[in-house]
Design a binder for this molecule. Structure first.
Ligand SMILES: [Zn+2]
Length: 428
């Protein structure tokens, strides 16, 4: 087996990968929405490592894309917006782009004590559970609260990306993308949690937060144990203390955890839950408004943390499914929400492994696609495309005005847009 030793070391594998494996027809069918969207106006960026980056690329069809990929053999392919003309034209304007979310384990260092910084792939079986929990929460929020139906989940190293492909998502202007990611991140809620003297009670936890809690509760004790979150260590306690609403509550919580030294985090969780109930029932003034403190702790630790910059701009090219990563060779894979939690991220497909399987299939005279570990992920991608193309989504006209309405959300931030003319997206 050839070792990956540095930049461009993927090159020998990439030649075969782009010749025999990359799913051009499905990939281009997706990005042209079965010919409802102009594929030649879609922007691509190829990262070729030390050989440079090729920006503002576009292709007439799948054959032209294949020819260029076979010649340049990029380590990474990024997909950008669809423009009003081929993207290399100066003064071109973006017309549409999927709304993309990026749940990133790099944002979980407050809760991720298992492998951060120790693992080349930067993810292990334990912290991967945080990603799949985040995936579940965001998927439900996008569907139930925001009415999206066509969400392609893509896993790549420490990231879980959601490509929201509904027509109404692709035409969202940047101002709405910003507002939508703020709402999905519950930015107002998290800012409030860190405010001293706050007094949340059950009535102020929005339905969206309550729904997230219903996903977190059955999974939290496993996370608590794997990450040993209630260990009386300075870094762990400082993170817990920063959401305590006042000094008395913080002191009582820390004293209890310290008194339980030697017990595991789940036992501390149980005792903490009992103490909160007891203090509230006793009517202690500093405690009386904090009956939901444990729920707030769950949200604080386990609510998905996303890279906002990925979501807010229509013009930002983003890593595409079935592309690779130069230092590990790991392939970005479409993933199914129902079995994502059962996948071991350490076994995610790499280009090395796929190429070994391809070479073996060729030697044995077998069909290449059937014999590689990418097969189940290609199936997921094709099922997603079938649902997308069979829906009426592409045929439906966009409204002249978007009325962005979300029921049961946290208190709105300032400058919240209520509606805007669709032409606004062409002016940004
Ligand atoms: Zn880990």
């Amino acid at each position: 087996m050839t070792e990956l030793t540095g930049e461009r070391s993927l090159s020998p594998f990439l030649a075969l990968y782009y010749s025999r494996v990359f799913p051009y027809d499905d990939f281009c069918g997706w990005l042209s929405y079965n010919r409802h969207v102009s594929f030649p106006n879609r922007e691509f960026v190829f990262d070729c490592g030390i050989e440079g980056t090729h920006e503002h690329l576009s292709f007439s069809d799948a054959v032209a894309l294949k020819n260029k990929l076979r010649r340049l053999r990029p380590d990474k392919i990024e997909v950008g917006a669809v423009f009003s003309a081929p993207p290399r034209h100066i003064g071109n304007l973006p017309v549409e782009k999927e709304f993309v979310l990026d749940i990133d384990l790099a944002n979980y260092n407050h809760v991720r004590h298992c492998c951060a910084g120790n693992n080349e792939r930067e993810v292990c079986h334990d912290c991967y559970k945080l990603l799949t929990l985040g995936m579940r929460i965001i998927d439900r929020s996008l569907r139930i609260e925001h009415g999206f139906n066509h969400i392609l989940w893509v896993y790549h190293t420490r990231h879980m990306y959601a490509w929201v492909c509904d027509k109404k998502a692709r035409y969202l202007p940047n101002s709405y993308r910003q507002e939508l990611i703020n709402r999905l991140q519950h930015s107002h809620f998290f800012r409030s949690m860190k405010a001293k003297g706050r007094s949340f009670n059950s009535g102020l936890l929005s339905e969206s937060i309550q729904r997230a809690l219903s996903d977190i509760r059955p999974r939290f004790q496993q996370i608590l144990m794997q990450q040993n979150l209630f260990e009386d260590a300075p870094n762990k306690m400082s993170h817990l203390m920063c959401i305590m609403p006042n000094l008395t509550v913080g002191r009582d919580v820390h004293s209890l955890i310290r008194s339980l030294e030697g017990r595991d985090s789940c036992e501390k969780f149980t005792e903490l839950t009992k103490m909160i109930r007891s203090k509230v029932e006793m009517g202690i003034p500093e405690w009386v408004n904090h009956s939901r403190l444990m729920d707030e702790i769950l949200i604080w630790y386990a609510y998905p943390r996303m890279n906002q910059n990925v979501s807010i701009s229509m013009c930002l090219p983003l890593i595409a499914p079935f592309t690779t990563k130069s230092n590990t060779g790991e392939i970005a894979i479409p993933i199914d929400i129902d079995w994502a939690k059962d996948m071991n991220p350490v076994n995610a497909p790499t280009i090395e492994r796929v190429m070994e399987e391809v070479e073996l299939a060729i030697r044995n005279g077998h069909e290449v696609e059937v014999d590689t570990c990418l097969k189940p992920f290609l199936k997921i991608f094709r099922e997603f495309l079938t649902n997308l193309f069979n829906s009426n989504d592409q045929q439906e006209d966009l409204p002249n005005n978007i009325n962005y309405q979300e029921p049961n959300v946290d208190p709105p931030s300032n400058n919240q847009p209520k509606s805007t003319d669709m032409r606004a997206c062409h002016q940004q």
